[in-house]
Design a protein around this ligand. Structure first.
Ligand SMILES: [Zn+2]
Length: 436
């Protein structure tokens, strides 16, 4: 696959994935096209060697795996892990409210967005809705308004002379998007608006009542190249849909006879302790069903290798004092290996050596990141998985700027460099071994 084609597909994936539910639905489509069979956690499984399967949990998490053609229960897995969620503004259950002729939507803050970047953007709304239909059954549907329908306007500087001097944002009072203007005496009702949107997207579904929803605001601006030589990519949710796209492309495009698995968790941005999160049972329960015998499974897990993919902090030219002077990842210079003495990242000297061997064989340079000692270090899904399953793990990701902004930035070569490395990981005959 060529980088050009890869980036075009990536932009399409980003635009079609405004929420974790849409990202999972986009990935499921790609897996079906590539011949993966969907299996359900509530049904018995009959797995056949050499075949490929996928499972969706709670609409927002997905796992896909391919089994080796022979003795798959005696072999380790090459595992890729990512997360589908991004920081955002999520609608409250009773979202609609009226103020000074405006109809507004109450929101909660999901995860840790850079809130200032959410002002003055053309916002749309998308997510999951549960409704009853006229035959009285419950139905879960994905909706996406697709066009700008909401905005959080800034307060004019004339009304706040301190606006440029580090003004704090009150999350309860100042983040409520404007959704419409009320004309005449008619009050607006958000449930009716939602039912109308469902009828537009699903003409055959007759909604009786809206029973619940997980809806998010998102930025309508499509991803784009930027820079004199198109050397950068700008877009929403690069953290961590970039890694989801790399993972799903590698799983569907590469061919080799081995055990491999991709797990895309939801809820990383809010701590991962959920049924669809990395601290939940999802991966473990799948592996138990693939290899039911506990000793064989334990042996397979210890013979597995896990690449936890999540974006990394590139050095910011205006804030380079926020990076450790010896560890300053550059955009377009290769995926970043993340290390932390306190194991906030799961990388060890052994797993790092194995990863670097694979990357070098793919012709890809590895950059290194550690957080400064005088700043708090973030974390990823890597340490949870390493701890729960005992699989050797590395934390790796594309270097980015503006992480958790509504519009993030990476290099236009970075997604493909990560893909090349992952491709080598999935197709190498055997993984590099150490004598440890
Ligand atoms: Zn992330």
């Amino acid at each position: 696959m060529q980088e050009n084609h890869f980036n075009q597909d990536f932009f399409q994936f980003l635009q079609g994935s405004p929420t974790p539910f849409h990202a999972v639905s986009s990935m499921a489509g790609k897996l079906r096209d590539a011949g993966f069979h969907q299996v359900s956690e509530t049904e018995p499984w009959t797995l056949a060697p050499g075949n490929s399967y996928f499972i969706i949990r709670d609409n927002g998490a997905l796992a896909a795996f391919t089994l080796a053609a022979k003795d798959y229960q005696d072999q380790g897995f090459r595992i890729l892990g990512t997360h589908t969620d991004s920081p955002a503004l999520q609608l409250k259950p009773l979202a609609g409210k009226t103020s000074h002729s405006f109809f507004q939507l109450g929101v909660e803050v999901y995860g840790g967005p850079l809130l200032a970047t959410w002002f003055d953007r053309d916002l749309s709304i998308a997510g999951r809705v549960v409704c009853t239909t006229t035959d009285n059954s419950l139905s879960t549907l994905l909706v996406d308004f697709k066009r700008p329908v909401a905005i959080i306007p800034s307060l004019a500087i004339n009304l706040d002379r301190e606006a440029n001097n580090g003004r704090a944002i009150n999350k309860q009072n100042e983040l409520t998007p404007i959704f419409s203007q009320i004309t005449g005496a008619d009050a607006l009702n958000f449930s009716s608006i939602l039912a109308e949107q469902i009828n537009k997207e699903y003409p055959d579904t007759q909604v009786a009542a809206i029973m619940g929803f997980d809806l998010f605001c998102y930025d309508c601006q499509p991803p784009s190249f930027l820079g004199l030589g198109n050397e950068f990519i700008m877009g929403s949710r690069l953290d961590n849909l970039l890694s989801c796209f790399v993972g799903i492309t590698a799983m569907t495009e590469t061919r080799a006879d081995n055990n491999r698995l991709l797990i895309c968790y939801n809820h990383e941005e809010i701590g991962s302790i959920t049924a669809a999160g990395a601290q939940g049972s999802f991966l473990h329960s799948i592996l138990k069903r693939i290899i039911p015998d506990s000793v064989s499974r334990h042996r397979a897990l210890r013979g597995s290798f896990f690449i936890s993919m999540d974006n990394a902090h590139g050095v910011h030219p205006n804030f380079s004092d926020k990076s450790d002077p010896e560890h300053m990842p550059l955009l377009n210079h290769g995926p970043v290996l993340k290390t932390n003495a306190n194991q906030r990242y799961a990388t060890t000297s052994v797993s790092s050596a194995i990863y670097k061997t694979i990357a070098a064989e793919a012709g890809v340079v590895t950059q290194n990141f550690v957080m400064r000692n005088d700043m708090a270090c973030g974390s990823t899904i890597g340490p949870h998985t390493a701890a729960i399953l005992g699989i050797p793990t590395v934390d790796v990701g594309a270097p980015t700027l503006a992480m958790h902004s509504i519009r993030e930035m990476t290099g236009s070569h970075d997604p493909f460099l990560l893909y090349k490395t992952i491709n080598r990981f999935l197709t190498r005959d055997h993984l590099p071994q150490t004598n440890g």
